[in-house]
Design a protein around this ligand. Structure first.
Ligand code: UFG
Length: 356
């Protein structure tokens, strides 16, 4: 019997790529998503890219205990990957209660429903932002945590709750993955990052400038203590992130309890290096101007990625050129994101009710 994995937030950027990876490896995949920040179109495309349907898609908010419990009752869930969350740092400062409600409240509801249905295996979506303004590089899982905004604190709180739950429930097996900066897109050009409104993050902004949707990039500060003065991040290809989740599932049973791993490449890239790489790959130089620093930004966040390599014998394989090439392919083929008239329309639907 193939394993059934329930993916919350499965229509999102990382969620959709992970669904493809799971379908490609024989898993049955059940998606739960409320689509507040994602498009159902992404799930049509998941099925198209994978060449087979999702087991089911449920339009459900993870905070809705009754509806979530009905989803668990309807499927033989073996494990859960929990992506569903709000994720914009700036917004989290303006809407802290909403961030705690969705990210912490949603995680608690999920845990309680999992417990009710005897499901004890979970991969949790965490973030390198829990390290905050780190003064060490590269960052290991033992580096001190010091979140600097509500979003990062909700992720760290989620980890703490899971630590406590694992300490008290002997059957629980949890892997929390702290992603660095996921970027890029599926090489098919069908799946990618489709932010609503003005992108907060660097790569989608750069891609929208290159395609002509925006005039120029604002580079937030060139006076950081980094080689060219601009912020340095550990960009990781979203397909590597998806692969990392599939490999994590395979290692959930290695031992009970809670474990935390970084998901990064170990390589740092500055804003100007990324802009140059994108211009070269796309053949469209990206106009930019230097502006002041963005509040809450840190100089450098780079992973020590050796723990997953040691534990699972797995490393990322896609470099910055692949990240830019695939992000550009998605942007060029879907200049307006997942909207009508773009290539995924009419793709196969799910095996069961597409959105209930
Ligand atoms: N940047 C610009 N101009 C922009 C956008 C970003 O110069 O228009 C710079 C930033 O100052 C930073 C770098 O590009 O130096 C990367 O910024 P991103 O916004 O792409 O990513 P962050 O590192 O700030 O944070 C992102 C997500 C968080 C997540 C974190 C780690 O926004 O949700 O990665 O996973 F927590």
């Amino acid at each position: 019997m193939p394993e059934t994995v329930l993916v919350t937030g499965g229509a999102g950027f990382i969620g959709s790529h992970t669904c493809v990876e799971l379908l490609d490896h024989g898993y049955e995949v059940v998606v739960v998503d409320n689509h507040v920040n994602s498009s159902p179109e992404a799930l049509d495309r998941v099925a198209k890219v994978a060449g087979r349907p999702l087991a089911a898609v449920h339009r459900v908010d993870v905070r809705d205990r009754k509806a979530l419990s009905e989803v668990f009752a309807a499927h033989p869930v073996d494990a859960v990957i929990h992506f569903a969350a709000r994720k914009a740092v700036g917004e989290s400062v303006a809407l802290p209660v909403e961030y705690y409600d969705t990210n912490v409240g949603g995680t608690c509801t999920l845990l309680s429903v999992m417990h009710e249905h005897g499901v004890h295996r979970l991969v949790f979506s965490s973030s390198c932002s829990v390290y905050g303004d780190a003064d060490t590089a590269p960052l290991t899982e033992q580096s001190p945590v010091a979140p600097t905004n509500p979003y990062a604190r909700t992720k760290l709180t989620g980890e703490s709750i899971l630590q406590d739950v694992c300490a008290h429930l002997a059957d629980m097996k949890v892997l929390a993955l702290r992603y660095f900066n996921p970027v890029g897109a599926h090489p098919s050009g069908l799946l990618g990052e489709d932010p609503r409104g003005v992108p907060n993050n660097l790569m989608p902004y750069v891609a929208q400038v290159a395609v002509g949707r925006r005039e120029q990039l604002s580079v937030f500060g060139d006076d950081y203590p980094t080689p060219d003065g601009t912020g340095v991040r550990d960009y990781i290809h979203v397909v590597d992130v998806a692969e990392g989740h599939r490999v994590a599932l395979e290692h959930l049973d290695d031992r009970p309890g809670m474990r935390v791993f970084n998901l990064g490449t170990g390589a740092g890239t500055s804003v100007l290096q990324l802009v140059a790489a994108f211009g070269e790959v796309s053949g469209r130089p990206v106009p930019y101007r230097i502006v002041g620093r963005r509040a809450g930004d840190v100089a450098e966040l780079v992973a020590d990625a050796s723990a997953v390599a040691d534990a699972w014998g797995w490393t990322t394989t896609r470099d910055l050129t692949a990240m830019c090439r695939d992000a550009w392919r998605f942007q060029e083929r879907n200049p307006d994101g997942y909207f009508a008239g773009s290539p995924g329309t009419g793709a196969p639907q799910t095996g069961e009710s597409p959105c209930d």
